[in-house]
Design a protein around this ligand. Structure first.
Ligand SMILES: [Fe+2]
Ligand SMILES: [Fe+2]
Length: 371
């Protein structure tokens, strides 16, 4: 499942360039990748032949226009570190430092996962589908910059993610192209809203800007927005991905999976948001509402996030997740732990099923003007 070429061709700024530099006295320590859970960022692979054979004609003009935007490379000179970074890491207290490094690691991993997928796609479909390949190449360029910039900030804390190791050792999840579209579209748009929400909050509360990397978020999130628009146009070029009964079910499923995962993960890491003067729940609520609204531009249905029951059920997932973590932290043999976890897993499955079965909102009713 591992795209073979992805291992050899990684040249992300700020990643360890050669094995010799890793762990040498002058180089930052290599951080062990965080343990894989359902909440950690995933690496994806897909059916490259199906992607190569994709007919773009139903929306070629829009895709061509988006590619032209990518070619302009607006952020070519944006990701340059300045003197503000000098000594910034030393100003954080140990608790903030810990949660901030976790944030950097998670963000770096998910940016890097985008880089790997887009790079591999552009390489594999180059001959048969040059327009799509070029778009993916430009997006890989952006994600490499993002991941590299985050990894340099990790180096400020004396740590670095070994992206080569991650490439070769992380499990890759296989998704059919249409599932890649739903998942990446959502992760790009949610990325946009996450970055811009933090940026705007810190603009109003500069005293909470704990690290200079946040100054870069405004232009950065525009990259994610453009990437999201690309997938929007791509789904419109393959209209069956966003048309019909099955598509409606899948869109509901992906919206729910992405929102629920983010909510549970962010509430579990609320200390990071507190360090920025944000309430994790309020922040996530805003990001979910905005992403849901944006998704109505392309998905045939969106979730009823105005319904209070939606949030009550997400809170139950949070509580179950706390209980699961408590079992994990306790002593005891693995089979006993698994038995003790069983009721919470069951409760989570039930809550997810109830969330999934909540009546969705048809997008044409939600955003008639755009559609
Ligand atoms: Fe990115
Ligand atoms: Fe992106």
């Amino acid at each position: 499942m591992v795209p073979p070429a992805a291992t050899a061709s990684t040249s992300v700024q700020g990643s360890p360039q050669t094995p010799a530099s890793v762990g040498s006295p002058s180089a930052p320590a290599v951080k062990d990748p965080a343990k894989d859970t359902i909440l950690t960022p995933r690496f994806y692979t897909t059916d490259f032949d199906a992607m190569a054979a994709m007919d773009l004609r139903p929306n070629e003009a829009e895709l061509e226009a988006i590619c032209e935007e990518f070619r302009k490379d607006y952020n070519r000179h944006h990701f340059v570190r300045n003197e503000e970074f000098e000594g910034a890491a030393d100003k954080l207290d140990p608790q903030t430092r810990r949660v901030f490094v976790e944030f950097l690691e998670q963000s770096c991993t998910s940016e890097f996962s985008g880089f790997l997928l887009y790079k591999e796609l552009s390489r594999r479909i180059k001959q048969k589908n040059p327009l799509l390949a070029e778009c993916f190449a430009h997006m890989a360029r952006d994600e490499a910059r993002h991941a590299g910039f985050l990894n340099k900030s990790m180096a400020d804390f004396g740590l670095q993610l070994d992206l080569g190791f991650l490439t070769a050792n992380k499990a890759y999840t296989y998704f059919k192209p249409k599932f890649i579209f739903y998942a990446t579209y959502l992760s790009e748009k949610i990325g946009y809203w996450r970055y811009i929400a933090i940026y705007r909050h810190l603009e109003k509360h500069p005293e909470s800007k704990i690290f200079p990397i946040f100054n870069f978020f405004e232009n950065w999130c525009q990259d994610e927005n453009r990437h999201g628009d690309f997938f929007d146009a791509l789904m419109k070029a393959q209209p069956d991905t966003v048309r019909g009964f099955t598509a409606r079910l899948w869109c509901r499923f992906f919206l729910l999976a992405v929102f629920a995962t983010m909510y549970v993960r962010d509430v579990a890491r609320k200390e990071f948001y507190e360090a920025l003067g944000l309430d994790a729940r309020e922040y996530d609520k805003e990001v979910i509402i905005k992403t849901n609204e944006t998704s109505a531009r392309v998905f045939p249905v969106v979730l009823d996030v105005e319904n209070p029951r939606f949030w009550i059920r997400l809170e139950r997932l949070v509580r179950n997740n706390d209980s699961l973590s408590a079992v994990d932290a306790a002593d005891g043999p693995a089979p006993i732990k698994a038995l003790r976890k069983l009721p919470f897993w069951g409760a989570n499955a039930l809550e997810m099923a109830k969330l999934f079965l909540m009546a969705p909102i048809r997008s044409e009713a939600f955003q008639p003007a755009v559609r």
